[in-house]
Design a protein around this ligand. Sequence first.
Ligand code: AMP
Length: 214
Amino acid sequence: MNIILLGPPGSGKGTQAKRLEQRRGMRQLATGDMLRAATASGSELGLRVKAIMDSGQLVPDDVIIAMIAQRIGEPDCRNGFTLDGFPRTVPQAQALDDMLARRELGLDHVILIEVDEAALIDRLSGRFSCAKCGASYHERHHRPRIEGVCDICGSREFVHRPDDRPEAVTARFEVYRRQTAPILPYYRERGILRVVDGMMAIDEVAREIDRILG
Ligand code: AMP
């Protein structure tokens, strides 16, 4: 099964995509994670996109489309995949249709995770993650069980995303409203868009997504 998780920054797409990977073997394809890996490695692509990402703006469509077109053809995607953070513009949604058609792949569901903006600002402003394994935490809602030690891998190093600073968060919401929300009608008209209440607890959102996937 191939699906898209849509939703504003902080709505929980990554968390839910990781769960689908664990439970159903559907590969998480997170364009933001791919780009962060590129910036961390200091590759030419990473150097090109870092300032754009830090400011909360979108990386050019052609860069992202080429990245995903190559990725969905790899063997670990044969069991299905969850697109997390892609598409984010109408041209990306159209390019996705083309690349799926070329590979004779389908799109089973597009799931929009809705969360109100005040809750998103609270989530993003306290978010941090383990520098080693990427496990995510929150300063107020989800601290590591032992202060300063990652629950999952025991590392003592944590990082904050540069684009979780308030100025960048404001820009990311604006970009979502202006460039990403217009792709919703594209999928609604095709009858494959489903909406999930992302204000619920993580487990409940996961159950709701499971119900949709069947
Ligand atoms: P995310 O981790 O999904 O919040 O993405 C972090 C940042 O990576 C975004 O704010 C963009 O700068 C960039 N990015 C990720 N996915 C895309 C995409 N599909 N199109 C353009 N830029 C993207």
